[in-house]
Ligand binder design. Sequence first.
Ligand SMILES: [Zn+2]
Length: 411
Amino acid sequence: MTRKKRVVFIAAAALLLAAVALFLLLAAKKPVFTYGGHTGTSASETVSWQQRGSFAPKKITAKDGLGRDLTGAITGDESAAPSAPGDHKIVYRVKNLLGISGRFTLTVHYVDDLAPQFSGPDTIAYTGPEMDLSAAAIGLTASDDVDGDLSAGITYSGQVDAATPGDYPVVYTATDSAGNRATHTVTFTVAAAPAVPTGGSDAGSGGGTGGPITYENGIVEPTSITPTVISDPDSVTAVVNKYRALPDGWEPDDLVSITTNGAGAGYLRAPAAAAWEQMQQAAKEQGLTLIGFSAYRSQATQNRLYFNYRASDVQNAAMYSAYPRRSEHELGLAIDIGYNMTCADDFAESAQGRWLAQNAHRYGFVLRYLPDKVLVTQYAYEPWHYRYVGPDLAAALWQSGQTLEEYFGLQ
Ligand SMILES: [Zn+2]
């Protein structure tokens, strides 16, 4: 070989080696993915949990370092399909000519963005202040696509003025675990009441139809008897019950407005009002908030309440609601107390109820309708209904477990 030929050969060999080296370098490069037009190694998508059935990844392609299309060789590998909202990963892989693999991770964020759904009434006839407005009591339920039944967590806000006929919206709220919130409004209707019926020898106090005395579940039907009109309505130890009524037109002359947890809460007679405020304060010092949600009621209000209750539940009206002129709320000495604005059947088991059971008598209040004295008081057990009788009598009743009827020997 001439010197010139040798130079050309060496140059050609060097070029060839360089070309082979470049080829190997490019062929060895990891495959590159392109997802939805963007090149990289990962991407994420956010998908409504509701739309999970129709979600499809965008177009994915892959090339090797030589620019050859590897799309047909891509394999996908998914984590188990999620049973609840959360992240779901899909890993795509493909190999190049030299068996070097590349991977691309697609993370799908499934989000719960659907609020719970309510099922239940839109309108309800209001039966009185002792009506339980809770969702459970009115048959309102809430369910969620992710969390299932959320009924137990339904809260509500709104108040009903039992004394004024009209429509009162109460708003119920349910929230799912993702924070999606739904509301449902129930309209409580307070109907206008009929006039106090008159009849018998005691017109205006109700009762005394002249027929036989009748009972429902051992509780006397108040309209079947003529009550005794009490002569001492101004006494703080006055007893009104199914058989004993206030004089028609009598009303307390020392009503004082009271508060509950800082807000106005109606009226009680002065001694009961002062005792209530002290008792409430003492409870507060123990970290307990007493909510007094029904205190004094006028004759007209009690009339409306009773007949509204009776209109919706004639079987149980006598058991739960007092006939006009025979309610302790008309005395201005009774207050219904709860841990919220409702008559809670489990109030006695609450911290507030337990505290009252041990302390109310010190302030002159007694639990009036006891669970073991239903046939004596002729009222169902009412863990929320407290009656002011003054500290001396309250202590005596608390110690003996007697009712006012038993203590005074009255029917
Ligand atoms: Zn009451």
